[in-house]
Design a protein around this ligand. Structure first.
Ligand SMILES: [Mg+2]
Length: 268
């Protein structure tokens, strides 16, 4: 069985990956045989449906119980890796034994200090955004302290184009210290030390027991770096069919949870 540490980086993009559930038998057999399982899951859009407001997103109690039961297995480690700040994520997950990693893995893993210059750049840039971009109708700021996000789910396509142009223009002088990450109806501005989910799974991988099978599921562009950083893993892109670095596709969180129940039964 290929293990993450021995395989080459997986750069291949698949236009339409095959459906996870239809192919689950083979994957579950691999899980059954693996010495250890590393289950790494995104939160929003993967374990829970997306909502108009991120505050409205809730984990169902049946999902919480399922995650809790999986995390109790000695042979399985369960991580939830999200762009949300850690405290917010932990409040929503509340499943014992599940390890939460916030801000794309920057919170909860070692390394990556944000220096003074980057913090100053972030607050200056935020002030400019508040003055020049946030008055555009339909935009909403989420301040994550060490980073910030602009949600544009409520804005018209014209407003979104206009706001994005302004944002890139304002960001230009700060590019050495800050970067823009684009996700589903969200722009995130982060210090470069917050290196994203690809860097997070590379760090996590060093702690995996030998012979681990990694299963990673995520629904957004921010998860793509993680897919390509995990060669040999079972990677699953959640949502509508699209080009992806993942090997498999699940259509929605309901299919993710169905797969996790099958996995639980397989490990009985
Ligand atoms: Mg997501």
């Amino acid at each position: 069985m290929p293990t993450a540490s021995h395989a080459r980086p997986h750069r291949r993009i698949i236009a339409r990956p095959p459906p996870l559930l239809k192919n689950s038998a083979g994957i579950l057999r691999r899980a059954q045989r693996a010495r250890h399982l590393m289950l790494i899951l995104d939160f929003d859009g993967t374990l829970t449906p997306l909502r108009r407001q991120p505050e409205q997103v809730r984990l169902s109690s049946s999902s919480r119980k399922l995650l809790h039961r999986l995390a109790q297995r000695a042979r399985l480690s369960l991580f939830i890796l999200s762009g949300r700040p850690l405290l917010d994520l932990e409040r929503r997950v509340r499943a014992r034994g599940v390890r939460c990693l916030g801000l794309h893995g920057w919170e909860g893993l070692p390394g990556g200090r944000v220096d003074r210059a980057s913090r100053d750049a972030l607050s200056q840039f935020l002030a400019a955004v508040e003055e020049q971009i946030l008055p555009i109708p339909g935009l909403r700021l989420e301040n994550k302290q060490v980073a910030f996000a602009i949600h544009y789910r409520g804005a018209s396509p014209v407003a979104v184009r206009h706001a994005r142009r302004r944002l890139l223009c304002l960001l230009h002088p700060y590019q050495k210290l800050l970067r823009l990450m684009e996700g589903k109806k969200i722009w995130e501005v982060l210090p470069r030390a917050l290196a994203g989910k690809g860097a997070a799974v590379r760090k996590l991988r060093t702690s995996f027991p030998r012979g681990s099978l990694v299963i990673y599921m995520g629904d957004d562009t921010t998860d793509e770096e993680a897919f390509s950083a995990l060669p040999g893993a079972v990677t699953v892109r959640v949502g509508k069919a699209c080009s992806t670095h993942a090997r498999w596709q699940a259509r929605n969180p309901a299919e993710v949870l169905r797969f996790l129940s099958l996995l639980e039964a397989e490990l009985e």
